[in-house]
Write a protein that binds this ligand. Structure first.
Ligand SMILES: Nc1ncnc2c1ncn2[C@@H]1O[C@H](COP(=O)(O)OP(=O)(O)OP(=O)(O)O)[C@@H](O)[C@H]1O
Ligand SMILES: [Mg+2]
Length: 254
């Protein structure tokens, strides 16, 4: 059995104005898993990621993280990635290492390696405004992985991109995941993206409550783009789409 990276037990979160947004969440993520979270807008996906990251404390329940993860070995790609507009790609990716006190000499190689991984080494001197949306997203992924995190949290990282760019970044991310054995929790509104990338897809319900349904995507890696065209893929996506509709309450009356 792989090591458990993070485990949530009966986790709930309440905000003053919104009341309870999450409740009774049980979830364990093992090392090397690629877990996707799908669910209606406002169901608490971002809130859940923030709890896992320790950016927010749960109102009830408990969250246990592996030693390395609780020591801060987490990469986070935020839903609205903000790069420092006045700083070039290199400086943006350098920031987390600088904050950790890594020497400039050591950081330099690591920053360039991270930019290389996302195919952005040649653009290291460019400012965010000189980059396309897809390139900015690559830089924010490089910033999230530069410190070699034990756990990578990604909140709808490709939502704003055109489909071709999104497909390409999906393949690049999957190749990196296959090569480095990362543990990823990935939020998306795209059932197709979730099926393509994940080892497990979790469907969250609209109201606060336990994870509604869970789907294992037991399809071997490396996965090829052809997987998207297969009947197996379509069947899995259809099953998850139905679960999503159930989770939204649209099929409640049936
Ligand atoms: N820091 C906060 N303070 C108060 N309320 C919050 C805070 N963060 C989230 N909420 C509320 O919690 C609920 C869930 O928000 P969250 O952003 O987690 O949803 P989401 O599933 O990520 O939605 P989307 O798919 O639109 O990104 C919303 O009602 C939101 O207003
Ligand atoms: Mg969100």
């Amino acid at each position: 059995m792989a090591e458990t990276i993070v485990r949530l037990k009966g986790v709930g979160k309440e905000f003053a104005e919104d009341g309870l947004v999450l409740d009774g969440i049980d979830l364990a993520v093992a090392a090397g898993e690629f877990v996707s979270l799908v669910g209606p807008s406002g169901c608490g996906k971002t809130s859940l990621l923030r709890l896992v990251a320790g950016l927010e404390a749960p109102t009830r329940g408990e969250i246990r993280r592996s030693g390395e993860v609780s020591a801060g070995s987490i990469g986070y790609v935020f839903q609205d990635p903000t790069l420092m507009p006045w700083a070039d790609a290199f400086a943006n990716v350098h920031l987390p290492l600088k904050l950790k006190g890594v020497s400039r000499a050591e950081a330099e190689g690591r920053v360039m390696a991270a930019l290389e991984m996302v195919g952005m080494a040649d653009a290291h001197h460019k400012l965010p405004r000189e980059l396309s949306g897809g390139m900015r997203m690559r830089v924010s992924i490089a910033r999230a992985i530069v410190a070699a995190p034990r756990l990578l949290l990604m909140d709808e990282p490709f939502a704003a991109l055109d489909e071709i760019t999104r497909f390409r970044l999906n393949d690049d991310l999957m190749a990196l995941w296959e090569r480095h054995g990362w543990t990823v929790i990935f939020v998306t509104h795209s059932v197709y993206e979730a099926v393509y990338l994940s080892s497990r897809v979790l469907v969250m319900q609209a109201g606060p409550g336990p994870i509604a349904e869970e789907f294992a995507v037991d399809v071997a890696h490396p996965r090829q783009p052809d997987f998207r065209l297969s009947a197996d893929f379509a069947d899995r996506a259809a099953a998850i789409s139905l679960a999503l509709r159930r989770a939204m309450g649209q099929l409640a009356a049936r």
